[in-house]
Structures are given as C-alpha cells and as structure tokens.
Design a binder for this molecule. Structure first.
Ligand code: CMC
Length: 434
C-alpha cells in the first residue's frame, strides 16, 4: 500500500470553547489531509462539503494528480511517458496489477483477454430489443448489468481472487465486443464477431467497421491514435464515475454492476458526455457562421445556460496534461490521415480567445481532455454518439483497479451524511383536510 505518513503537524479545532486535535497525514507526493474520521464521535459535528470539493474519500496508490501543476501519474509513471511508450493493454495491466507487465506477463494477459472476447449469444436478444436510436452508453451500461446473470460466479466478490480475476478479464475482453455491437445495432448492420488473431484495438476496429460486404482495412495510424486516447482516459483518481464505481462496490456489489453504474455516471455532459457535447457545440458554432467571440460571450453570460464544453475542470487549475497531448495528437493524426476538419480551426480559435479572456483566466478554466478528443475520434471514423462510450472503453481499467483496491483495502460501505433542512415534525393532517 501507499506511503502514508502521520505528520507532526496537528490541526486544532476550537468548538464551543473546547479544543480538539485532528491528526494531519501526508501522501507519498506530499499532499496533506486533516483526518476527520473520528470527528463526529468526538464532537457530534459532521463536515459539509457539497460536491466533495475538499473531501478525500480514500487512500489510493493508483493515480497521482496535481491539478495546480498539471501532473498526472499512473502508478508512479508520467502520463506523457505512458502515452509515448506503452500500449493500452500494458497500461491496463499496470493500473490493475500495480506494475508494467514483463514479456511473459503481457503475453499471458493478452492470451486471457483474447480467450474471453466472445459475449453470450443471448446478449444479442437484448440488443435486438433496443430501437436503433438508442444511445450506446445506455446499451453498454445495461449489458454490464446483465452480465452477472450469465456469469453468476461474479456475484460474490469475496469468493476467490481467481474468480475476481476472471471477472476482471471478462470485463476488459468483452467491452469492445459490446460497444461494437451496440454500434452495429444503431446502423442496422450484422454483428461482426471477435477475431482472436488481432490485437485488442484492431479487433475492436474490425468489429466496428467490417461488414459482410467489405473487410475494414486496419490503418496503423488509427490504431496508434486510439491507443493514445485510451491510455489518456484510463484513470483519473476519484472522479465522478470512479467514485460511483467505488461507492457501489463498497456495498459488496459485484464488479459488473459497479461498472454499469460507473458507465451511467460517465454519461453525463459534465463528465464523459462532454466529448460528444464539444463536437455538437463546434458544429453549432460552424453552422452559426463561426463567430467564436459571440459564443465566448454566451459562455460568460450568467443568464445564458450555455457553457463552453470541454473547458474547465474540478482539479486542473493550470492545464490538463491530457489535453496537451491530445491537442498535439490531433494535429498529427489529421495531417497523417490527410483530413481537414473545419471544426478544428473553430476549436483553436475558441481556445485562443478564452485563454486571453479575464473570465476564463480568473476562474482558471483551460481546455480539458474532451476539448480535442472528439475531433480525433471523428477523424478515425467514430460517430459522434460513440464518443462517450470510447471514453468508457478507456476508463474501464481505471474503474476495475479502483474497485479492486477498494475491496482489497476492505473499505467500509460508503455512506455520506447530510444536514437536514426539511420540515420539522408536524401533525399528520385529517384525511378531509388534505
Ligand atoms: N464555461 C463557462 N464557465 C465555466 C465553465 C465553462 N465550461 N466551467 C466552469 N465555469 C465557471 C462557472 O460558471 C463558475 O463561475 P462562477 O464562479 O462565476 O460561478 C466557475 O467557472 C467555477 O465552475 P464550477 O462549475 O463551480 O466548477 P466545478 O469544479 O464544479 O465544475 C466542470 C467543473 C468540469 C463540471 C465545469 O468546468 C464544466 O461544466 N465544464 C464543461 C463540461 C466539461 O467539459 N466537462 C468535462 C470535464 S473533463 C472530463 C472528465 O474527466 O469528466
């Protein structure tokens, strides 16, 4: 487990004339926390922190993030190094098992993943029931909810670590099949089965884009770009969907159900759903004549519900290191593929205008991971409705590693408190007076 140090510093809380001493702890990168775990027992008071802006919910050894300095590490490795030197599967292994795999570990991990790519044939019956307009996030979340019915050994997450590991492998192996089949359903094409002679990303692309009429030709530029995008999305410590996965799992719910909940949390436009919203926003601005100043003014106007999607972040207050890598990748991928996307120009103009505008500067609002990712997905042929589900594919190893860590640490059930502001006790009205 991580290096937690109890510091000599002590926080003093003076309440109604009495002084309480609260321990101060430090993580391995020096970030500090006041430990309030005994606060209610000692004082009868709780803390109030809507949106958990200042609340550490766990001690985790998976991802380190320094929002002030734009730093992101997975298991001690810089995101820049991982994006440049690793494959997504290596990063998944790193997040879940704690170390980068050696050659034989990687071979065996890949073999296991390949073995489990098929989904149960009856899953197709569920897919058949959806209208073609169904959003893939809803479909994939439901498919995950359905999984324990097919793999009941996942229901008891304590049974054995081998069974848990089997569920982990099945999740990663089956996710591309489920996503590709959700897409095939939306376009009314026959499902393409996994091809176990292909690597993880090529197999996914083949299931997405091959048809009985024409086999999709795998372009290494597309594989490489997708690899980087998935790595950049693979984990992001205690964000909304990950916290959801951990809190659902804390009731000892199985991994599939915990991930189904995480997918639903990711779907929202303030979280993973922002990547779809960004492209829709850029298209809207283009249709409207491309006047970026006008849309920046709308984003600043407190009476206008419009927000600059892909901008701002709860923790990054300087820059999002993932966005830097994606912006550079965006230029390079579009160049290599010979694509000129007019919305890229609009995005760059928006960014330039926003970064020199006092509203955005004062609030420390910078482009986040979602600002440029959609432009790359689009260049790779991924339809807009599929963007958020691509984020889910990338985030899956992160959710799994966080769920596994939470179980291994034996964390208690997650159960925040509240300050009640409703009616006080009152007499029940007579029936004829209601
Ligand atoms: N456009 C205009 N104003 C903004 C924006 C934006 N995108 N983001 C924040 N603000 C303003 C906000 O109105 C507030 O202003 P004021 O202080 O005058 O009330 C101030 O900046 C602070 O914003 P907040 O909403 O209190 O900050 P938060 O930490 O609660 O929310 C956020 C973070 C990401 C939800 C928010 O910045 C946002 O809505 N961004 C757009 C959606 C988006 O791109 N989401 C993807 C996040 S990255 C992917 C992921 O990991 O989820």
């Amino acid at each position: 487990m991580s290096k937690i140090a109890e510091l000599n510093e002590v926080a003093e809380l003076k309440l109604n004339g009495q002084v309480y001493h609260l321990p101060v702890i430090s993580g391995s990168e020096g970030e500090k926390a006041i430990d309030i775990s005994k606060l209610r027992d000692q004082t009868g008071y709780i803390t109030l922190d809507t949106g958990y802006k200042n609340t550490g919910a766990t001690k985790s050894a998976i991802t380190f993030l320094d929002g002030e300095n734009g730093i992101l590490h997975y298991r001690g490795y810089a995101i820049e190094d991982l994006a440049a030197k690793s494959t997504f599967i290596e990063v998944a292994y790193l997040l879940i098992y704690g170390e980068l795999p050696n050659v034989s570990q990687l071979e065996s991990f890949q073999r296991e993943l390949t073995y489990h790519t098929l989904v149960h044939e009856d899953i197709k019956k569920f897919l058949d029931g959806y209208p073609s307009t169904a959003h893939p996030m809803g479909i994939v979340s439901s498919m995950f909810s359905s999984m324990p019915s097919f793999y009941p050994e996942s229901l008891n997450p304590h049974r054995s670590s081998e069974k848990v590991n089997l569920t982990i492998l099945r999740c990663i192996a089956k996710m591309p099949t489920l996503i590709a089949w959700a897409y095939k359903k939306s376009v009314g094409h026959p499902y393409v089965y996994p091809d176990n002679s292909r690597d993880y990303i090529s197999n996914f692309l083949n299931m997405m884009f091959s048809t009985p009429a024409e086999e999709y030709t795998i372009d290494p530029i597309v594989v490489e770009a997708l690899n980087v995008l998935l790595i950049l999305h693979a984990d992001h410590e205690q964000n909304c969907s990950t916290s959801t996965v951990r809190i659902v799992g804390s009731s000892q719910a199985n991994l599939y159900s915990s991930i189904a909940a995480g997918i639903s949390a990711l779907w929202g436009p303030l979280h993973g759903g922002a990547n779809q919203e960004v492209i829709e926003m850029l298209e809207l601005i283009k249709l409207d004549g491309g006047d970026t100043e006008k849309w920046i003014a709308k984003a600043k106007d407190k009476n206008d519900p419009f927000r600059l999607m892909g901008f701002g972040h709860r923790v990054y207050k300087n820059f999002d290191p993932r966005a830097r890598i994606i912006k550079a990748a965006c230029d390079s991928v579009l160049n290599k593929l010979g694509i000129q996307d007019p919305v890229l120009e609009i995005a760059k103009r928006l960014e330039e205008t926003a970064l020199s505008d006092s509203y955005f500067v004062e609030r420390k609002l910078y482009p986040n991971v979602d600002f440029y990712s959609g432009i790359i997905y689009r260049a790779l042929g991924i339809p807009t409705e599929m963007f958020t589900v691509m984020f889910a594919l990338g985030r899956l190893p992160g959710w799994i590693s966080q769920w596994k860590e939470m179980r291994e640490q034996g964390e208690p059930i997650g159960r925040p408190r509240q300050i009640y502001v409703g009616n006080n006790i009152r007499p029940y009205p007579e029936l004829n007076k209601r």
